[in-house]
Design a protein around this ligand. Structure first.
Ligand SMILES: Nc1ncnc2c1ncn2[C@@H]1O[C@H](COP(=O)(O)OP(=O)(O)OP(=O)(O)O)[C@@H](O)[C@H]1O
Length: 464
């Protein structure tokens, strides 16, 4: 057995990633990592008495090249005599119809197909090619950008998926080891598309930070793997205790509010307080796109532990936290979110539309008024315009896109914080068409050229 494969096997056995006689589906993009996983698993096939299959998706984003990737993986499956499943996914059509981030849609479509193949062909596990360097990058990204969870646990080596699990047997080996193994095997692979699509932050970490760390300590990936492993073990235990504490501390009253006794709460260590609050928030926001962040959790903890005076805290989606003596209550708001502010736009005056924007609507192009200039084509029945916050189901027809896009999706794609989303001003016509998410994206009614029939909208940003 090749020494590389022996190392992979040790990792698999240590964490019991594979049991004997399982049906294993390998997701192979054709890049270095997933081709190496195919070869390594082929070497381990007889040991685990497993049945292997290969799945590939073509996202049709790189024309001829991505069709060639598919052919390459198909050929590899043929050579190794393994079943091959593939799909050409219509990613761009979905992007045009719904808008949204291309990589996110690729991922959704890819995983939907993996799920389909697992179900229809009774596979137990899906194998992905993430390796130790991916893990270092992920851990560093979480440290640098912050994370809402209490611990840094990185990419999981196994997690539930479809009718079984996703497993990542390469998390114990580095990219360099993978490349050396493929060289030894004289195995070709395709260009690794993962390098092209990663965010700038990940690429900077990969190309600048990781080499420096490796220079300091060539075994840094082992150190990080150990660190992640211990964190995971601690986290598992703390989660178990936090679940028990949650049961003891949180009760539900008749109005559907969640109640905690602050005296009992304050006797609990902060590590458990934080996890209990996280469990509660995950429950309160389970069907929303609200992202829980550290700041929000810390302000809740401060409010819960502050014993002088009563406190009211307004949380996203109109959830309120009230502390009255020893009684802490989280009250979810069950109705549709209310429109907290509606302003009718009048011509020829500056209007404060909230969230740090002032706008001015006029018929005349003038140099007297400073600010970003926009030209808007408005029919009589569109007027008057109003400014309001987002309500459920709002959509905007963005200029240059063939179909409308959900405003909530736009906020996610533009990385607008959950709190800011609640107060972000939308410009709305009398027919309730959203024509602008102010300062962010503009509708098809906006044009580049001025003509005398157009309105001119000036925009000033304050505190931005
Ligand atoms: N087009 C594809 N067809 C089959 N498998 C793929 C494809 N793209 C990626 N994979 C699988 O996913 C693994 C991770 O790929 P990559 O790093 O490009 O994705 P990612 O976006 O970082 O991760 P994730 O898939 O978890 O979102 C690959 O090693 C491979 O196993």
């Amino acid at each position: 057995m090749h020494s590389f494969v022996r190392k992979v096997k040790q990792y698999i056995d240590r964490y019991r990633l594979i049991e004997k006689e399982e049906r294993l589906l390998i997701a192979c993009s054709g890049g270095t990592d997933s081709v190496a996983i195919v070869l390594a698993m082929k070497e381990l096939e007889s040991f685990y008495h497993c049945e292997l299959g290969i799945v590939h998706t073509d996202h049709q984003l790189r024309g001829k090249e991505s069709a060639e990737d598919m052919e390459f993986v198909k050929e590899l499956a043929n050579q190794l005599n393994l079943p091959f499943y593939s799909a050409a996914l219509e990613v761009m059509r979905r992007v045009e119809e719904e808008g949204g981030n291309v990589q996110v849609i690729c991922r959704e479509e890819r995983y939907a197909f993996f799920n389909h193949v697992m179900n229809t062909n009774s596979y137990d596990k899906l194998l992905l090619g993430h390796h130790a360097d991916d893990q270092i990058e992920t851990v560093l990204m979480s440290l640098i950008r912050g994370t809402n969870s209490s611990t840094i646990t990185g990419i999981p080596k196994k997690r539930p998926f479809s009718r079984g699990q996703i497993i990542r047997p390469f998390l114990g080996v580095t990219k360099q080891e993978i490349e050396e193994y493929l060289l030894d095997k004289n195995q070709l692979h395709r260009h690794d598309p993962s390098n092209d699509k990663h965010t700038y932050t990940r690429n900077r970490i990969r190309h600048r930070l990781v080499p420096l760390l490796k220079e300091e300590n060539p075994n840094v990936s082992d150190r990080i793997m150990n660190f992640v492993e211990k964190q995971l073990q601690d986290e598992e235990y703390l989660q178990e205790v936090a679940n028990e504490k949650y049961e003891q501390l949180v009760t539900v009253n008749e109005e559907g509010g969640f109640v905690i006794d602050s005296v009992s709460f304050s006797t609990v260590p902060i590590a458990l307080q934080r996890r209990v609050i996280l469990l509660l928030l995950e429950y309160l926001y389970k069907n929303s796109d609200i992202l829980l962040n550290d700041r929000m959790i810390e302000s809740i903890l401060t409010a819960c532990n502050n014993h002088d005076g009563n406190t009211v805290l307004n949380l996203p989606n109109a959830v309120t936290l009230t502390r009255h003596y020893n009684h802490i209550q989280f009250t979810p708001y069950h109705k549709e979110p209310v429109v907290s502010q509606e302003i009718v736009m009048k011509e020829d005056c500056w209007i404060d539309c909230g969230a740090g924007f002032f706008i001015y609507l006029t018929r005349n192009l003038t140099d007297q008024i400073t600010g970003e200039k926009y030209f808007v084509q408005l029919e009589g029945e569109s007027l008057p315009l109003t400014i309001r916050q987002k309500t459920q189901g709002d959509r905007i027809h963005i200029k240059g896109m063939s179909s409308s896009k959900k405003v909530s999706r736009l906020f996610i794609d533009e990385k607008i914080s959950p709190e800011a989303r609640l107060s972000w001003p939308l410009l709305v016509t009398a027919k309730n068409d959203i024509i602008a998410v102010i300062g962010l994206r503009y509708g098809e009614q906006f044009s580049k050229q001025y003509n005398s029939q157009n309105y001119v909208m000036y925009l000033k940003r304050i505190n931005h």
